[in-house]
Write a protein that binds this ligand. Structure first.
Ligand code: C5P
Length: 219
């Protein structure tokens, strides 16, 4: 593998949480930091790629040279990702997309006393499935999943096939928000996962080298 195996390739990365508005100043979200996505963006740059990062609020700044597309709701993330995906050879979906959103966001700032005591929620679009549905042959789709360690292999394999990913990077629940990480990297071509451990930067590089290898292998 050359030092810059992704040179001339475009990589789409989603990262960070989405924010699903209750009204103009309140939202439902999750504590994802976006650090893994930023590490992936840095690693993809290092390997020579043109990087497009579609992201919710991030706790760390993406490196210079990455094209960034800040978004709020899952629908906005989907729209940006759909727009960029056709031009990209690789898509890595590391965003922590909220599973549910308020059915109707309220306009303006609702006075405290008028806030509803119950919220009706609806499912958000599944960006991974939407991209899998429009993919061309040769495009590589990589998913992430956060799973309880005990059920991880079974659930990871299920997600890999159900969502149509080529690779699935599964994190044990313990590594959520952590500085370092552990990834079990499942491939649709192999029965058992590779294990990558260390800083998110380290793991991101290992993971992208593997994806680059798969991309080179098919061209
Ligand atoms: O089912 P689960 O949310 O664990 O799937 C995780 C994978 O699917 C991640 O790659 C995540 O970014 C992606 N996903 C998505 N859109 C959603 C939910 C998850 O792209 N609405």
């Amino acid at each position: 593998l050359s030092e810059k195996p992704l040179s001339g390739k475009r990589v789409l990365i989603t990262g960070g949480p989405t924010r699903e508005p209750i009204d103009a100043v309140r939202f439902i979200s999750n504590p994802s930091s976006g650090r893994m996505a930023v590490a992936l963006a840095r690693a993809a740059l290092l390997l020579g790629a043109e990087v497009h990062l579609v992201h919710g609020p991030l706790s760390v700044a993406p490196p210079k040279g990455v094209r960034t597309y800040p978004v709020g709701r899952a629908e906005e993330m989907l729209a940006q990702a759909r727009r960029l995906f056709p031009e990209c050879e690789i898509a890595i979906l590391a965003a922590a997309v909220c599973d549910l959103a308020p059915e109707r966001g309220l306009p303006g700032k609702t006075p405290k006393e008028d806030l509803p005591r119950e919220l009706r929620l609806r499912p958000t679009p599944d960006i991974a499935r939407e991209l899998a549905a429009i993919r061309r042959p040769g495009q590589i789709l990589v998913g992430f999943a956060l799973e309880e360690r005990e059920r991880l292999p079974e659930r990871a394999l299920k997600k890999l096939s159900e969502k149509g990913f080529d690779f699935l990077a599964a994190n044990p629940l313990e590594s959520f928000e952590a500085e370092d990480t552990e990834v079990l990297f499942f491939s649709s071509q192999r029965p058992s996962p590779q294990v990558f451990k260390g800083s998110k930067e380290r793991v991101a590089l290992d993971l992208l080298r593997e994806v680059a290898r798969a991309l080179c292998g098919q061209t």
